[in-house]
Design a protein around this ligand. Structure first.
Ligand code: ADP
Length: 360
């Protein structure tokens, strides 16, 4: 529900409760130097604004100057702690329509209006804080990325012996630094993706994009990692183009995350299979692996921030953010994510999206 709708309901309720012909809700404008009509009953907002402009500025008053064409009126303050106050005004064609009882009812309705304004004010502040937090993480992680990349390349140069030969002990220590830097890189990348997934305004606009292309790009990107690990990564392509309404960037992040998890949690000699297809009006992508699997008791927690199953902690490094990002992005574009797994046997993640048609 938006605030305009809620204030209109307040105007209607006030008119009914007081048998008023016209009700106006007035709030301070942006500059807070005058009141403007934001909702009305029995009259257009613009017309109410015009008529009120012909009168002295309304104040909390049991007998304010009536609107031209109306014989009586009453205005009460929309009381508030921190908010600048507004007014709830009722007018009638009949003289002396409003009794002290009516004024009491109007004050009670105005208190409800105040509570409504405060609730909306709090929600919008929270949304602004969330957006500001996301932007902060976005900038901070960007700034962190480049020194990490530099450090990684310097450490690799030393490890390869380009800066002179290393003793066994030096090599061991520097290898540990390299592994910590790799983890730091994953963490920073996940945080950046996490921030972006929470701030849709940082994303490009959605358009029709194909699951086929995105799955192909993600598999290509992860092929070297799979080969290096001795994991067989197979893609079963789909001849039909499966177009969905999303952004390329989001789809790429979804499939890169799922395939990279499958490779990461599958031991050497195992297999990762990616397939895609159509089921009625839905396009689906399945990422199946023959890896460590997920314990049953961990399944309900998989999409919680920073959650990692105990067997995964022992097996590989990670942040526990990847699946949170994936779920957020899948749901943003009307999709669904499901998981089936057996500990020690393997896991299948299935992502389903509504297919896009040119006539949509
Ligand atoms: P992480 O950085 O730990 O991989 P994710 O959010 O991507 O974080 O995944 C959360 C948890 O889900 C993992 O820590 C792991 O316990 C489990 N998980 C995800 N994908 C797989 C998979 N393919 N096989 C086994 N466990 C998985």
């Amino acid at each position: 529900m938006d605030l305009g709708f809620a204030l209109n309901r307040l105007a209607v309720a006030t008119a009914k409760a007081l048998s008023a012909d016209v009700v106006a809700v007035l709030l301070p404008n942006k500059a807070e130097d005058r009141l403007t009509v934001v909702a009305a009953y029995g009259i257009d907002v613009e017309e109410a604004e015009k008529l009120l402009a012909t009168l002295p500025p309304p104040i909390d008053d049991a007998h304010p100057p009536p609107l031209p064409g109306y014989a009586s009126g009453v205005c009460v303050r929309l009381r508030s702690g921190e908010l600048p106050f507004g007014l709830l005004c009722a007018y009638s064609r009949h003289p002396r329509q409003f009794t002290p009882d009516h004024v009491e009812v109007l004050r009670a309705l105005a208190d409800l209006g105040t509570a409504l304004l405060q609730a909306f004010e709090e929600t919008s502040t929270l949304t602004q804080i969330d957006a500001a937090k996301s932007r902060f993480i976005h900038i901070a992680t960007h700034e962190l990325r480049s020194p990490i990349t530099t450090a990684q390349s310097l450490v690799r140069t030393v490890l390869k012996g380009y800066a002179g030969s290393l003793s066994k002990q030096q090599e061991e220590i520097i290898s540990r630094i390299a592994r910590r830097l790799d983890f730091l890189e994953t963490l920073v990348n996940d945080l950046l993706d996490f921030a972006a997934s929470k701030a849709p305004e940082l994303e490009e606009a959605a358009s029709p994009v194909t699951l086929n292309a995105s799955v192909g790009r993600a598999a290509l990107l992860l092929q070297p990692q799979a080969e290096e690990k001795g994991v067989n990564l197979i893609v079963h392509p789909c001849r039909e183009e499966l177009a969905v309404w999303a952004t390329e960037d989001s789809l790429d992040r979804i499939f890169t995350n799922l395939i990279s998890n499958a490779v990461k949690y599958t031991p050497t000699g195992g297999e990762v299979t990616v397939s895609l297809g159509r089921a009625g009006e839905q396009g689906w992508v399945k990422v199946t692996d023959t890896g460590i699997g997920i314990p049953e008791e961990a399944l309900p927690h998989l999409f919680e921030e920073f959650y990692r199953a105990p067997n995964a902690r022992q097996f590989a490094v990670g942040t526990g953010l990847g699946l949170v990002i994936v779920k957020e992005l899948v749901e943003r574009y009307g999709g669904r994510i499901e998981v089936e797994s057996q500990e020690g046997k393997g896991t299948t993640f299935t992502v389903t999206f509504p297919l896009w048609h040119p006539e949509d």
